[in-house]
Design a protein around this ligand. Sequence first.
Ligand SMILES: *[C@@H]1O[C@H](CO)[C@@H](O)[C@H](O)[C@H]1NC(C)=O
Ligand SMILES: *[C@@H]1O[C@H](CO)[C@@H](O)[C@H](O)[C@H]1NC(C)=O
Ligand SMILES: *[C@@H]1O[C@H](CO)[C@@H](O)[C@H](O)[C@H]1NC(C)=O
Ligand SMILES: *[C@@H]1O[C@H](CO)[C@@H](O)[C@H](O)[C@H]1NC(C)=O
Ligand SMILES: *[C@@H]1O[C@H](CO)[C@@H](O)[C@H](O)[C@H]1NC(C)=O
Ligand SMILES: *[C@@H]1O[C@H](CO)[C@@H](O)[C@H](O)[C@H]1NC(C)=O
Ligand SMILES: *[C@@H]1O[C@H](CO)[C@@H](O)[C@H](O)[C@H]1NC(C)=O
Length: 238
Amino acid sequence: MLCSVLLAVTASTLAAAHIVITYPGWRGDNLITNETWPYGMQWMYPCGGTTLTTNRTYWPTTGGAIAFQPGWFQGHNTAFLYVNLGVGTDGPDGGPGNMSNPMVSPFQLLGPSNGPYPGTVCLPQVPVPANMHFNAGDNATIQVVEIAQHGAALFSCVDITFADPGDSRIAKVNESNCFNSTDLGFAEIYTITTTPIGAAANMTTSGASPSSPLLSLSRLGGWFGYLPLLAGGALLLI
Ligand SMILES: *[C@@H]1O[C@H](CO)[C@@H](O)[C@H](O)[C@H]1NC(C)=O
Ligand SMILES: *[C@@H]1O[C@H](CO)[C@@H](O)[C@H](O)[C@H]1NC(C)=O
Ligand SMILES: *[C@@H]1O[C@H](CO)[C@@H](O)[C@H](O)[C@H]1NC(C)=O
Ligand SMILES: *[C@@H]1O[C@H](CO)[C@@H](O)[C@H](O)[C@H]1NC(C)=O
Ligand SMILES: *[C@@H]1O[C@H](CO)[C@@H](O)[C@H](O)[C@H]1NC(C)=O
Ligand SMILES: *[C@@H]1O[C@H](CO)[C@@H](O)[C@H](O)[C@H]1NC(C)=O
Ligand SMILES: *[C@@H]1O[C@H](CO)[C@@H](O)[C@H](O)[C@H]1NC(C)=O
């Protein structure tokens, strides 16, 4: 299984490729741009144009490894990465109806360049989502999302069946199928609240009536004039 994944990657041209889940596998090759997917399959929520598969791969009920190659296309000098789980059968393809259960905190990937690069990311012990519990034999789908620098998202999925830890059907994790390439770095993602909910609605421009925000905007020459005021408002709130 892993060999066929690696072969598929090798066979793909760099220009056509995006993100490949190397462990525990993937639904199939969605590194495709053709008439059906003129912008490329992988941009399509939730699984990059692929539908539910039946050749599921086994993954531990206690969580396990996930490895992927994030740099098979240009534009990923930095990227945000998310790993989610979908459960249930109420989706249009008979699979999960959503992928709304985060498995890890989103993190930033620091790539070696903005061109395509071949590195691998290995998360050796991804837990099942908080407050969820699975038994051997349960089905689910793991989704990896990569947010490119311009904000659009690439999707790839793998359909799994949970198995007890140590089950021989779970592919062994080792340094050849799960490793971090030396040319990749990582960063944590923080947000800082600059304008609490409600505060933006109360901002006024000097001399303008709070009840006529459009008037005050036009006086300032539109949004370009407004933006520095937002920054000023944030400073006042500190
Ligand atoms: C399932 O089958 C597809 C099509 O043959 C293949 O590309 C994919 O790698 C397989 N997935 C797993 C997890 O074996
Ligand atoms: C494009 O590729 C997808 C995936 O292999 C395939 O299902 C579809 O039929 C292709 N479309 C065309 C027009 O070849
Ligand atoms: C899990 O999916 C497989 C097909 O991929 C199906 O045969 C099996 O019945 C499903 N198991 C459960 C518990 O729904
Ligand atoms: C996601 O799917 C699960 C399983 O079907 C369902 O229980 C949950 O309500 C859904 N969540 C959202 C936000 O739709
Ligand atoms: C790869 O790097 C990530 C992020 O720093 C880390 O969580 C993970 O444990 C590393 N993988 C291995 C196999 O060391
Ligand atoms: C790593 O594990 C895979 C099975 O997941 C196996 O095919 C491969 O030979 C192992 N590699 C090493 C170096 O042990
Ligand atoms: C915004 O104005 C309303 C009405 O005057 C007031 O009740 C509210 O506390 C203000 N909110 C903030 C964040 O200042």
